[in-house]
Design a protein around this ligand. Structure first.
Ligand SMILES: Nc1ncnc2c1ncn2[C@@H]1O[C@H](COP(=O)(O)OP(=O)(O)OP(=O)(O)O)[C@@H](O)[C@H]1O
Ligand SMILES: [Mg+2]
Length: 254
């Protein structure tokens, strides 16, 4: 048993000859938001997929809600995937269903929720994610940022114990990124749901992170609070922070 909600114990994951994760250990606690950062290709999305069993570790253990999911079958993983939902980058909405129907879908799939309760909960979630005006529209009529807000509403519809976000603020303009970041922050403050947020967005990370995991060259380069991260004198962490400070400076001069 693990008292943490999610735990990686000495996890290894390779593809062909490439070792992506090398003896990676960390944990995520109930009700906390954990941000995962690190350079492109370092294994952030792979880590999320290991949590949900979409990928299997080569060695080590992955524990979710006290259960060892490392070698679970698809059938055994189904209840885990109902309690821990993932918001994919592109949203992955059903194209032929309206926004309202998309958000209602997980509740209807559960089968035991009354029609009025479904309608009320859908209305609340659309309101919370600020997409009520789009209720009757189809996903194809919406921008990427709006689709992502709907995908978050749909992920929350089944009332999961935890929610995983893979780069929720990429592929949109800075204003939309800030808007989506604001929504995630609002959800954190409203629900205190166990959350994992993979992001390159340091402004968002700073606002959201109870804990930060920084992956570096296949290992956990840093695991702690944002304050500790900012104070760390590790050269690779300092470089990462410095580069980030340069970006707004370049914007001003450009
Ligand atoms: N199914 C797969 N088959 C083969 N290689 C894979 C697979 N999934 C991931 N990889 C490789 O593993 C490495 C880590 O991938 P991952 O998607 O986790 O990176 P990431 O940290 O999420 O990067 P980014 O910030 O660009 O999204 C990459 O080199 C990628 O090419
Ligand atoms: Mg990724």
């Amino acid at each position: 048993m693990s008292e943490h909600f999610i735990e990686f114990r000495g996890v290894w994951k390779s593809f062909d000859t490439q070792d992506v994760l090398r003896d990676v250990s960390f944990h995520m606690d109930r009700g906390e938001t954990t941000v995962i950062m690190g350079r492109s290709g370092v294994g952030k999305s792979v880590s999320l997929k290991l949590i949900l069993g979409f990928l299997k570790a080569d060695a080590g253990r992955v524990i979710v809600d006290g259960q060892d999911v490392t070698e679970m079958t698809e059938e055994q993983l189904n209840p885990i995937r109902r309690r821990v939902t993932m918001v994919f980058q592109a949203g992955a909405l059903f194209d032929s269903l309206t926004i309202e129907e998309n958000v209602a879908f997980p509740m209807k799939a559960l089968g035991n929720v009354k029609r009025d309760d479904v309608d009320q909960r859908v209305a609340e979630l659309l309101e919370m994610l600020e997409v009520t005006p789009f209720a009757e529209r189809l996903p194809s009529e919406l921008s990427t940022g709006t689709k992502r807000a709907v995908a978050i509403a749909r992920a929350l519809a089944q009332n999961p114990d935890a929610i995983l976000y893979d780069e929720p603020t990429t592929m949109v303009d800075p204003l939309m990124a800030a808007h989506t970041g604001g929504l995630i922050l609002k959800l954190k403050e409203a629900f205190h749901k166990t959350s994992v947020v993979v992001t390159h967005d340091t402004h968002l990370a700073k606002r959201l992170a109870d804990k930060l995991i920084f992956l570096h060259e296949g290992e956990v380069g840093f695991f702690g609070t944002w304050d500790e991260f900012e104070k760390s004198k590790e050269p690779f962490l300092r470089n990462f922070r410095l580069q980030d400070e340069l970006i707004p400076a370049l914007d001003v001069t450009g």
